[in-house]
Design a protein around this ligand. Structure first.
Ligand SMILES: [Zn+2]
Length: 483
């Protein structure tokens, strides 16, 4: 590790000043914490077999924080749906707090195809396996690692981290780990934003979905999440005519549903937001010319260039990039019919629409109806079922600059750049409080790591070396922003 870049606060205790054996011990504790968390199936939606997994995870974290001498609190707006929080005090001279945000719930994990039980926390070949390893108990464990180190420094100075300011910390550090992120956050971050806003209110926050290395054409990029798309789900009810299957008819609701899906599933035009313009320019500058040219052509809306993405990088990243330069519509649920010889008179199609910043719900709905066309729209009613607004944080300023500079310091060959993510996180809730929230769970991955596919995937796992990289990075960021 190098000296602090000029212009950054000098009062911090950088990770490089901490003895290697301390980091080695911190890493072992981080791994044990992650295993402990994965072994609690905090599944969302809660099942009959584990109705209180989230509260059990919250209590487990609270007990750990108490073992550090801290005074955590739990809220449980719905029985079994617990979220946990703790505040480490600064001396109050540095402004509003810094928020370490995370969620403790995970999506279900049917165990059939896993090579390790999804709730075992098994370690094999340098990876820790389990549901939540990347989404996002790995980051919970990283954040707990930072909290652990700060509390230890207070103890070393003869202080009580439960009440006394942590040495050299000028802002408070908030750790807030929520339930219900995976199903809209009504029993988690959204509830907290309304009823317990001091758990989230901060000058800036780090959260999931960013800060993870992506290797393209031999260069290691670190996209930092500064924006996320909004979502609007619609239920389209299609009215046809019931009849006898022996006499086919054109207004069979299943046939109309097929046409609805065909018209909605076509990719729409490219629209670049300021963040994606900057991302594509920065990536084009950083990558070899041949690749840079493709990215610049994508930015201009060139359909051939979009197709060429698949040969330029892993199709997994190409898919993500295509979704980030347009509003998207994905018809995901279809239902029609009651019996093979009865022509259905009703059908429903549910569509998952993802909105770029700048696209309103009304504009998204208007686009959906436009695509149906006058003929089909006459047979359809369109109902909004869920909505979350897009999120944006500044891709410049103190916290963003610290995130980028600290990554560069820990990985001199790494190229940080701002990006939008296609999915939704708890940043939807922090945005309502005006908290700039960054996707930043620092991991340095091997070039062939298929990280994006680990989210909600089979054999979800995180590399131990990546976690070893991430902890000092997150610690330095906390120290710098709060120093
Ligand atoms: Zn997540």
């Amino acid at each position: 590790m190098t000296n602090a870049p000029t212009g950054l606060p000098s009062t911090r205790l950088p990770s490089s000043a901490i003895q290697p054996d301390v980091w080695a011990e911190a890493h072992d504790r981080l791994v044990a914490n992650l295993q402990g968390l994965i072994r609690i199936p905090s599944i969302n939606p809660p099942g009959a077999d584990a109705p209180d997994g989230e509260t059990r995870a919250a209590r487990w974290i609270a007990a750990y924080l108490e073992s550090l001498g801290l005074r955590p609190a739990i809220v449980e707006p719905v029985p079994g749906r617990g979220s946990v929080h703790v505040r480490l005090r600064g001396d109050g001279t540095g402004g509003d707090p810094f928020l370490l945000l995370s969620h403790l719930d995970v999506v279900p994990a049917p165990s059939g195809r896993w090579t390790h039980d999804p709730f075992s926390g098994d370690i094999a070949d340098g990876y820790l396996y389990g549901r939540g390893a990347v989404d996002m108990k790995g980051m919970v464990a990283l954040e707990l690692g930072v909290v652990t180190q700060l509390a230890a420094e207070a103890h070393a100075a003869g202080l009580d981290p439960g009440v006394d300011p942590i040495p050299r910390l000028r802002r408070d550090v908030l750790f807030t780990c929520t339930a219900d992120e995976e199903a809209g956050a009504a029993a988690g971050a959204a509830w907290i934003a309304t009823h317990q806003p001091d758990w989230l209110r901060a000058a800036g926050a780090v959260n999931e979905c960013g800060g993870v290395s992506v290797t393209v054409a031999g260069r290691r990029l670190y996209p930092i999440g500064v924006a996320e798309k909004g979502y609007a789900a619609y239920r389209i009810r299609i009215t046809g005519t019931w009849g006898h299957g022996s006499m086919p008819r054109g207004d069979n609701a299943a046939v109309l549903a097929a046409e609805v899906i065909t018209r909605l599933a076509v990719p729409g035009p490219v629209r670049l937001t300021p963040v994606m313009t900057r991302f594509l320019e920065a990536a084009a500058d950083a990558l070899p010319t041949s690749v840079g040219t493709i990215l610049r052509d994508v930015a201009r809306g060139d359909a051939d260039a979009e197709r060429a993405l698949d040969s330029m990088c892993d199709p997994m990243y190409a898919r993500a990039l295509r979704a980030l330069v347009r509003d998207t519509l994905s018809p995901d649920v279809v239902s029609a019919g009651i019996k093979y010889n009865v022509i259905p008179g009703d059908a429903t199609v549910e569509v998952d629409c993802r909105l770029l910043p700048g696209t309103t719900e009304a504009a998204m709905r208007a686009e959906l109806v436009r695509r149906l066309g006058v003929d089909l729209a006459a047979a359809c009613s369109v109902e909004l079922t869920v909505f979350g607004a897009p999120v944006e944080a500044p891709a410049e300023g103190e916290l963003y600059d610290i995130l980028a500079a600290t990554l560069r310091e820990h990985d001199p060959e790494g190229i940080p750049l701002p990006v939008m993510v296609p999915f939704a996180t708890d940043a939807k809730a922090t945005q309502t409080l005006g908290v700039p929230t960054y996707g930043f769970s620092p991991l340095r991955l091997e070039p062939d790591e298929r990280f994006l596919e680990r989210f909600h995937g089979v054999d979800e796992r995180v590399s131990l070396d990546a976690l070893r990289f991430g902890l000092p990075v997150l610690y330095d960021i906390t120290r710098r922003f709060c120093g």
